[in-house]
Design a protein around this ligand. Structure first.
Ligand code: ADP
Ligand code: MG
Length: 505
């Protein structure tokens, strides 16, 4: 058996107004090439970089959220290499002394150690055009602030890699540090993977202890990263089992073949000739400054999960309200509203000298509303062309929604009626009671009205009535169904059943 040894290198473009060292806009959505550029990010002679403090602060925030130690004294360095997407001929980065070191992130009960996070600038983007003997370059991305995070080789499965990347993405989004969208290239995950022998069946492994490391790059989604890891574990295992060697190389992921493929064998030994950037001052922070940033951190996903558990939600619901953060905020408004409804209910009853047996009223209202939000909102919102987390254009206010929950709870609305009301609320933004009255959607609980409908159903379905009298229980369900249909779902099914049973005795 071999033990997979996996470490990640993750780049994330920071969400800042301007670039890392100049005032050009940092706009990842800009479609027009070479528009957000200036003499500084195009490396004209005689220009000087200026540090974007917003970017520095965002990396420190990420470092604090990931339990890192923040450097009080650090500096930028030049990494020299030639490539057409790099106008200066060097990248300004951090090498000897990253801004953040020695953190960790816990995923599924496992601690993944974070070696370092540093701040650097992104390069431009090259476009290779099929059938042409030239390439085009877009410098909109050149100089965009970029954070690089390196983990210790603590992962053993694709699933762990997936969990980590998802949680990191969520944290960066919560912090407003990065949109971290891999499909858009805002977050890029590189996987380092090797196998090591647990009990040393292979002489190769026994000799080196650590197997040869393969790097997987150009992964466009978290799922691809996880799939590539699982594939590599299999591929390397098979090689070693066959007595072959794993070649040190860079591989890519072919989504069609669901396989990794060799991109670059023989990693050239780079000499980047790192040296401190002479055009920028060193970065110095006091502990008080770092504390101030720490105190200003938003609630993190892990903290939010704990808080949402207090509403009595299950893990799936908690996860939905953590990932779809605005939806979660909406839920909280509703839950708070319903808490006061439950409190009022008890106070009013008590004033009348009644002591209703409803100790969990608040919790039941929480559950009811979570269920409705999670199952009904996605449908209503996509019908309006809204994303699940985009509640700005959504017409149902949390107050109106809470009112609807109370109506359902008091059985003034059936679930069919509630769905119709909800749909109307999404269209008009009106309050549920008004819609219920105007559209006559309230639950039919008036005994005489119900009785008329039941009588009609009994008269028109002699066969079913006979069958039921002979002991066929299903016929009763059938008759209830007829009444529900005739009442357009408004009849109270429990009452219908009772009336029917009485009539057919
Ligand atoms: P390099 O000098 O080759 O860039 P680093 O030590 O900087 O190597 O590590 C780069 C990444 O590779 C890190 O994410 C680290 O966790 C991972 N890594 C280090 N050693 C191994 C190994 N034996 N197998 C798999 N990944 C490893
Ligand atoms: Mg390295």
């Amino acid at each position: 058996m071999y033990k997979p040894v996996i470490g990640l290198e993750i780049h994330a473009e920071l969400k800042t107004k301007t670039k890392m060292f100049c005032n050009s806009l940092n706009d990842p959505d800009e479609k027009h090439p070479n528009i957000n550029v200036c003499p500084i990010c195009l490396a004209h002679p005689g220009t000087l970089p200026v540090i974007n403090i917003e970017a520095v602060k965002k990396v420190i925030m990420a470092g604090l959220a990931l339990n890192c130690k923040i450097a009080e004294d650090t500096f930028f360095e030049r990494k020299n290499y030639f490539y057409p997407d790099l106008p200066k001929g060097y990248q300004i980065t951090q090498y000897q002394k990253p801004l953040c070191e020695g953190g960790h992130l816990d995923i599924a009960g496992k601690k993944i150690k974070i070696t370092r996070i540093h701040l650097e600038e992104d390069a431009g983007r090259l476009y290779h055009i099929e059938g042409k003997d030239y390439s085009l370059v877009d410098y909109n991305r050149a100089g965009v602030p970029l954070m690089e995070l390196v983990t210790e080789p603590d992962f053993e499965t694709g699933q762990e890699v997936k969990k980590f990347a998802e949680e990191l993405r969520l944290i960066l989004k919560y912090l407003g540090a990065s949109d971290a969208d891999m499909e858009k290239g805002l977050m890029r995950v590189e996987v380092n993977i090797s196998l090591t022998g647990d009990d040393g069946p292979s002489t190769l492994l026994r000799a080196s202890k650590l197997g040869t490391k393969v790097e997987i790059k150009n992964l466009n989604s978290i799922k691809f990263a996880a799939d590539a890891v699982d594939y590599e574990i299999k591929r390397q295992t098979e090689l070693l089992d066959a007595g072959k060697k794993v070649v040190q190389e860079t591989r890519g992921w072919d989504e069609n073949k669901k396989a990794t493929f060799s991109q670059r064998s023989k990693e050239e030994a780079h000499d980047y000739r790192y040296f401190p950037e002479p055009d920028l001052p060193p970065l110095k922070f006091t502990l008080a400054q770092i504390e101030l940033i720490k105190d200003g951190l938003v609630e993190l996903p892990s903290q939010r999960r704990v808080r949402f558990a207090r509403y009595g939600l299950n893990d799936t619901q908690i996860e939905i309200f953590t990932v779809a953060r605005h939806l979660g905020d909406y839920y909280e408004h509703v839950a708070t509203e319903l808490d006061s409804v439950a409190k009022d209910f008890h106070i009013k009853k008590r004033l009348k000298g009644e002591f209703p047996n409803e100790p969990h009223l608040g919790r039941r209202l929480h559950e009811l509303s979570a269920n409705y939000i999670i199952t009904e909102f996605p449908v209503l919102m996509s019908a309006k062309g809204l994303e699940i987390d985009d509640l700005e254009g959504f017409k149902i206010s949390s107050e109106a929604f809470a009112e609807l929950m109370v109506l359902i709870f008091h059985k003034e609305l059936s679930s069919t009626g509630a769905k119709a009301v909800l749909k109307e609320m999404a269209e008009t933004g009106l309050h549920p009671e008004q819609i219920m009255k105007e559209k006559n959607l309230g639950q039919m609980s008036d005994a005489s009205e119900l009785e008329t409908t039941v009588d009609k159903a009994v008269a028109n379905n002699e066969q079913a009535v006979e069958d039921y009298k002979k002991g066929k229980e299903a016929s009763l369900k059938f008759l209830i169904g007829i009444v529900m249909r005739d009442s357009k779902g408004r009849a109270n099914p429990q009452m219908v059943e009772e009336i029917l049973k009485n009539k057919l005795k």
